[in-house]
Design a protein. Sequence first.
Length: 31
Amino acid sequence: MDAALHKPLGIVTLLRISLKRRNRYRQLTSS
């Protein structure tokens, strides 16, 4: 159970980090 729950959480966190990086990059390029 723990490992099964761990995988999706890690993917979600990675996606959130990637989205944050994209947003920062867009702000830097737009300004």
